[in-house]
Each structure stands twice: as structure tokens, then as C-alpha cells.
Ligand binder design. Structure first.
Ligand code: C2E
Ligand code: CA
Ligand code: CA
Ligand code: CA
Length: 280
């Protein structure tokens, strides 16, 4: 009926208004949080499958909200990406992670390991990116060969030719490049071969179903074999069980990252982990 139609309309418009208002509030809070420095980085080790040695660490951002506690990036990265706030936030992440890394890498008892930092699609497309990375390397004294930038498969495949030239420019700084969440988007193998990348990170959705699901196991095995043929390193994300690690070992996967080895830790806890055990 007409009345129902009106009510439905009113209902939806009220919903829309509310969610728009919530978004605006969150956007305002996010803007303030950047100014006030309410973010922190947590660090998750990446280990060699063969012997458990720590070969890298991924920096993961969190928002220390005054009332909301520690907020996961899944809740604010998408909005930061939409609004462009990811650009200043991402700059803070890269600078902070590189500065923090200096304290860890100078420990002579540790073999050199890599610092991995996420780049969002918007950051990756940003014109000033290469110059910014160069400036932060200089400013912090970060050795380029120990920095690895993670870019999602989706972001590089959106405009593969433009992506290729950005990747080449980044590569010329001497840093490493990883394709994140690999296997979730569609990738052209032809492009993959022409991209100057070092590492493929197999998306954690495959790990969840390994070894029980034949499909997930086959896809992961295929990605590992393909990476080896292309002379790339391959890392499996979201590794939670010994069975999954055994699978990776049998298939010749290079690196593993996940709760099995360690959850993401704050800087102090990660430093303690480094001092305590070179192998996980
Ligand atoms: P990602 O880059 O794929 O990072 C891996 C996510 O998986 C992290 O979630 C990590 O805590 C989680 N994880 C690690 N091991 C396991 C495991 O064994 N099991 C399960 N279930 N999860 C595991 P987190 O820290 O919540 O980050 C979520 C996403 O937010 C990241 O996914 C990344 O896309 C984004 N993100 C985080 N930090 C940054 C950042 O500094 N910049 C940008 N642009 N994005 C970021
Ligand atoms: Ca990542
Ligand atoms: Ca990932
Ligand atoms: Ca992901």
C-alpha cells in the first residue's frame, strides 16, 4: 500500500541518515586521532619454514581510542582509504616502523631480518609515494634492502601498466616488494612475471581450510610451485596449526606467518621475543 511504501521510505532514509552521521563522526575522530597521535604499531614475526628462524616482521597499525580501547585496522582502514586520510596515516606508519626497526636490527646476535609495511591502494597510486619512501629511508637510516612494502594483488592488477612503473621506481630505491593477499583477486600471470617483485604472500583464506579442503590445498600448492618457478619467495599467512606448517614444509614454501608462531605484539613484547628466541 501507499502508506507502507512511505513508511519503508522513511525507514530507509532514517537508516541512511544515521549511517552517514556515524561515518562523519568516525571520519572526524580519525582526523583528530592522526593529529593527536593515537595510533600504535604491533609487530608479527615471519619465520623460515625450514628452521623457524625469524626472517621478517610485519608492522600492523592499531588505533588506541580514548574510550573504545584498541581498535582493529579492519574497522578504520577502509574509511581512511575512502577519505584519503590513509595518506598521512600511512606516512606515519612507514616512518614509525622504520624508526622502531633501527633499535632491533643493531643487535649483533640476530641475523638480519626484514621489516614489512603495508601500502594501501590509495597510497600506492599517490604521486608522491616514491619520493616519500626515499625521504623516510634517509631520515631514519633504514637500510633499503631490509624494507619490504606489501601491496595487495587487487591494487597492482587494477592498472597493471601504471603499477609496473611505480613498482620499478620503488625497486630502484633498493627495497623489496611483496604482493599481499595473493590468490584472492584475479592475476594475470603475464604481468606477474613482468613485475619486479620479491615475495608472494598467500592469502590467509586458503590456510584456514588446509589440509582438510582439497581445493584450498591445491591452490596453495600451485601458488608455491608457481612462485618457485618465477624465482619468487613465497610466504603463507594465517598459519595457525602444526598440520598447516607440515603441509607448507612438504610443498617447499619459504616462509610462514601466523598465530602458530606468534600473534602481533607491541614493540616491547616483540623486542623481548627477539632477545629470547631466534627461532619460533
Ligand atoms: P593483512 O595485511 O593481510 O595482515 C594480516 C592480518 O591477519 C593481520 O590482521 C594479522 O593480525 C592477522 N593474522 C595474522 N596471523 C593470523 C592467524 O594465524 N590467524 C588469523 N585469523 N589472523 C591472523 P590485522 O592486524 O587486524 O590487520 C588487518 C588488515 O588491515 C591487514 O591485513 C591490512 O590489510 C590492514 N592493515 C593493517 N595495518 C595496516 C597499515 O599500516 N597500513 C595499511 N594500508 N593497511 C593496514
Ligand atoms: Ca599485509
Ligand atoms: Ca595479507
Ligand atoms: Ca588481508
Amino acid at each position: 500500500s501507499k502508506a507502507e511504501g512511505r513508511n519503508t521510505f522513511r525507514y530507509y532514509s532514517a537508516e541512511l541518515t544515521r549511517s552517514a552521521r556515524e561515518r562523519l563522526t568516525l571520519e572526524g575522530e580519525l582526523r583528530q586521532a592522526i593529529e593527536r597521535g593515537e595510533f600504535e604499531l604491533h609487530y608479527q614475526p615471519q619465520v623460515a619454514v625450514a628452521d623457524g628462524a625469524i626472517v621478517g616482521v610485519e608492522a600492523l597499525v592499531r588505533w588506541r581510542h580514548r574510550v573504545g580501547g584498541l581498535i582493529s585496522p579492519a574497522r578504520f582502514i577502509p574509511l581512511a582509504e575512502e577519505t584519503g586520510l590513509i595518506v598521512p596515516l600511512g606516512e606515519w606508519v612507514l616512518r614509525t616502523a622504520c624508526a622502531q626497526f633501527q633499535a632491533w636490527r643493531n643487535d649483533p646476535s640476530l641475523s638480519p631480518f626484514t621489516l614489512a609495511v603495508n601500502l594501501s591502494p590509495r597510497q600506492f597510486r599517490n604521486k608522491g609515494l616514491v619520493q616519500l619512501v626515499r625521504a623516510i629511508l634517509e631520515e631514519t637510516g633504514m637500510p633499503p634492502r631490509q624494507l619490504e612494502l606489501e601491496i595487495t594483488e587487487g591494487a597492482v592488477m587494477e592498472q597493471p601498466e601504471a603499477a609496473r612503473s611505480t613498482l620499478l621506481a620503488l625497486k630502484s630505491l633498493g627495497i623489496k616488494l611483496a604482493i599481499d593477499d595473493f590468490g584472492t583477486g584475479y592475476s594475470s600471470l603475464a604481468y606477474l612475471r613482468r613485475f619486479p617483485i620479491n615475495v608472494l604472500k598467500i592469502d590467509q583464506s586458503f590456510m584456514r581450510d588446509i589440509p582438510n579442503d582439497v581445493g584450498a590445498s591445491e591452490i596453495a600448492a600451485t601458488i608455491i610451485a608457481m612462485a618457485r618457478n618465477l624465482n619468487l619467495k613465497v610466504l603463507a599467512e594465517g598459519v595457525e596449526t602444526g598440520d598447516q606448517l607440515a603441509f607448507l614444509m612438504a610443498r617447499g614454501c619459504d616462509y610462514s606467518q601466523g598465530y602458530l608462531h606468534s600473534r602481533p605484539l607491541d614493540g616491547d613484547a616483540f623486542a623481548a621475543l627477539l632477545r629470547g628466541s631466534p627461532r619460533l
